[in-house]
Write a protein of this length. Structure first.
Length: 316
């Protein structure tokens, strides 16, 4: 049976990146059917008009969803909801897929019989405002090859490494549906859905091949807001721990990762370098973690809000 991949791309003021994003989507190789779902999250530039123009002659199904600005979590979930393929490939609106991306991920999934596979981001970047056309950039990309490997405990790997860019993974639509998608209470969607998927899947395939190329500079790229990223990583962990009764070893690993982020941020940004600082004392609790709860993560993560403007769904 021929597989069908739904490429779900979320967009917010991404007009300058569209030629590269679309070139990567169109260049995908492999023996599978494809559909393209684009969710515009209330763009105020000409993203939608340009998207319609550039995809007008595409022969594969194209669905464009337009919504008021709700953030990337809701945009992703709304895209997943209208996707009809048996596989889902998320794509951030400023990432360019390498031509072999989907085929490599699908090959890894099929080799190990997993519901999800993920790969690496390219060390190279593209310049959306440069002189080199997107197609020319793709033509000079070289597939490094490499055999995929299997992670037998995908959740532990995710807790240790937090590979949080959705553009790096491919999963079955059934797994995405069972996961509930992205946590709508967290602005940046990446880690919340990663934790859910890896927990449900149990095991995951990994390929060392470069899956996508990020932009050289993206003024509105969320990965540029470190405080928002670290805050949302911890909020995703706290919510995930509320939802799932994990073994103690995995709980302790999650607490250590979350509270260490708080301490490292306070030490670097706030100058709290002594072992007597409040944040450091909270971090040391993870070595005697009985009685600790996800609310401790939420409480200590307020350190990321000090001096930063974070987007928190539902907050006023």
């Amino acid at each position: 049976m021929t597989r069908c991949v739904s490429f779900v791309t979320t967009l917010y003021n991404k007009a300058v990146f569209l030629p590269f994003v679309l070139a990567g989507l169109k260049a995908q190789t492999g023996p599978f059917e494809r559909e393209f779902v684009f969710v515009d999250d209330g763009s105020t530039d000409n993203t939608v008009a340009l998207l319609k123009e550039l995809t007008e002659d595409w022969t594969d199904p194209v669905t464009i969803v337009e919504q008021e600005n709700q953030g990337p979590s809701m945009a992703s979930n709304n895209g997943f909801a209208v996707a009809t393929g048996d596989l889902i490939k998320p794509v951030d609106g400023d990432d360019m897929l390498n031509p072999w991306c989907t085929a490599a991920l699908l090959e890894a999934m099929e080799q190990f019989g997993t519901e999800i596979a993920h790969g690496l981001v390219s060390p190279e970047t593209f310049d959306p405002t440069g002189k080199e056309p997107a197609e020319a950039f793709l033509e000079r990309q070289v597939d490094p090859g490499g055999a995929p490997i299997l992670y037998k405990n995908a959740l532990v790997r995710s807790l240790q490494r937090s590979r949080t860019n959705p553009t790096s993974w491919l999963a079955t639509a059934d797994l995405v549906k069972r996961s509930g998608g992205c946590d709508p209470d967290i602005f940046i969607q990446d880690y919340s859905i990663e934790l859910r998927l890896m927990h449900l899947a149990g095991k995951a395939a990994f390929t060392s091949r470069n899956i996508f190329v990020p932009p050289k500079e993206a003024p509105e790229r969320l990965s540029g807001n470190e405080a928002q990223i670290l805050h949302d990583l911890n909020m995703a962990l706290a919510s995930f721990l509320d939802e799932n009764p994990l073994p103690l070893t995995q709980k302790f690993l999650a607490y250590r990762r979350a509270l260490r982020r708080c301490w490292a941020w306070a030490r670097r940004q706030k100058g709290q370098k002594t072992p007597f600082s409040k944040v450091h004392r909270a971090y040391l609790r993870v070595y005697f973690p009985f009685g600790i709860s996800p609310d401790h993560i939420r409480k200590e993560s307020t350190v990321f809000q000090q001096g930063a403007r974070l987007r928190i769904p539902g907050a006023r």
